[in-house]
Design a protein around this ligand. Structure first.
Ligand SMILES: NC(=O)c1ccc[n+]([C@@H]2O[C@H](COP(=O)([O-])OP(=O)(O)OC[C@H]3O[C@@H](n4cnc5c(N)ncnc54)[C@H](OP(=O)(O)O)[C@@H]3O)[C@@H](O)[C@H]2O)c1
Length: 332
């Protein structure tokens, strides 16, 4: 496993990270979550990403149970705040009160006194940005988080925050990024890099599409995310004929390079120096090992050009399609 520096922090994160979203929030049982987490440590993965809202606390509680048995300095733990945590529609967002409440709830579930990275899961356009920044800085000042990050903020929102608090405020940006979703490359990547902020990217396998297990015109394998009633809505948007056909065109390129499609997809994401880690999900320990085997693979310029050609028009490149893309910035 190769490791990369996370932004301007002193954290060296494994370039393959493990995420908890649909899997460890209830998608798989605790024993399976434990098996995947153990596999991650075996493979040299030291970076674990979750969020308060995944299963409304369930994913954090599962990892609290598992990770707290290990020395706290043997893993780098990231969580997030913003999502709605109960049936009360106001129990969400990035107000000072919500952040103060949610960090304590996350730490209790994670059975630790600090996280390494605390991320604003989205931007909150209903709260003055100054209030959000001060509340996040307060979390760090109290020793409850070492560093701060954001997820899916627009360039306007990132710039507004940096104008107020300077480039040391954040060390990471968490956008969706894969061969099929290239939207953050144009603006978020360079703006972040200029301010010492790394990308830690979500759904780098396009939720499993880029593993090649889904075929055009065929039903999804029975044990897959796309076959699950509770999860198919998320992956459904990606399961277009255009995407599935593009993945089919990648198969011979992977074969010729002696790589699996998984390795090709993750090495493609990691070809960019702005990316510190690809955060993969895994429902089985074998998947964790297969994904970890994508570390330290360099793709040749010829192969990268062939990949571009094979992908054709399938990748989304328009940042206006990113989540939260139209939310403005409220100021005091
Ligand atoms: N910031 C945000 O807004 C945001 C949003 C989404 C996700 N995330 C983060 O990103 C992480 C990863 O997201 P994701 O789960 O969508 O990522 P992904 O890695 O693109 O997809 C993971 C899914 O693909 C399948 N898979 C993974 N490795 C495989 C392999 N080697 N062979 C075959 N199938 C394989 C598994 O599904 P099945 O086995 O179930 O088919 C797995 O659950 C999340 O856990 C979370 O931490 C963040």
């Amino acid at each position: 496993m190769r490791y990369r520096q996370l932004g301007s922090s002193d954290l060296e994160v494994s370039e393959i990270a493990l995420g908890a979203w649909l899997t460890y929030s209830g998608g798989v049982e605790l024993d399976q979550t434990r098996a995947c987490t153990e596999a991650a440590f075996e493979a040299g993965i030291n970076f674990f990403d979750t969020a308060n809202v995944y299963g409304r606390g369930a994913a954090e509680a599962a990892w609290g149970e598992i990770l707290s048995k290990r020395p706290r300095d043997s893993y780098i733990l990231a969580t997030k705040v913003w999502g709605q945590m109960s049936d009360d529609p106001d129990d969400r967002g990035l107000s000072a009160a919500q952040i103060a409440k949610q960090i304590d709830a996350s730490l209790a579930r994670l059975q630790t006194d600090h996280v390494d990275l605390y991320q604003a899961h989205r931007f909150d356009p209903d709260v003055a940005i100054e209030e959000t920044i001060e509340a996040l800085q307060q979390v760090v000042a109290a020793g409850k988080a070492r560093y701060l990050g954001f997820s899916e903020w627009t360039p306007e929102q990132i710039e507004a925050a940096l104008e107020i608090a300077g480039p040391d405020l954040f060390v990471s940006s968490q956008p969706q990024y894969s061969m099929l979703w290239q939207a953050p490359e144009a603006e978020v990547f360079p703006l972040s890099a200029a301010n010492g902020i790394s990308q830690i990217v979500w759904s780098p396998l396009a939720q499993g599409l880029l593993t090649g297990k889904y075929r055009p015109g065929e039903a999804p394998p029975p044990d897959s995310r796309a076959a699950s009633d509770s999860m198919s809505g998320f992956i459904g948007r990606l399961m277009t004929d255009a995407n599935l056909e593009a993945v089919d065109r990648l198969r011979p390129l992977a074969d010729e390079a002696g790589l699996t499609l998984v390795q090709l997809a993750l090495a493609w994401v990691l070809r960019r120096p702005e990316v510190a880690a690809a955060i993969v999900g895994a429902s089985r320990p074998e998947q964790v090992h297969a994904n970890a085997a994508a570390s330290a693979i360099d793709l040749s310029p010829d192969l990268l050009a062939a990949i571009d050609e094979a992908l054709g028009d399938a990748p989304v490149k328009d940042a206006a399609l990113a989540p939260n893309a139209r939310a403005g910035v409220k100021r005091r």
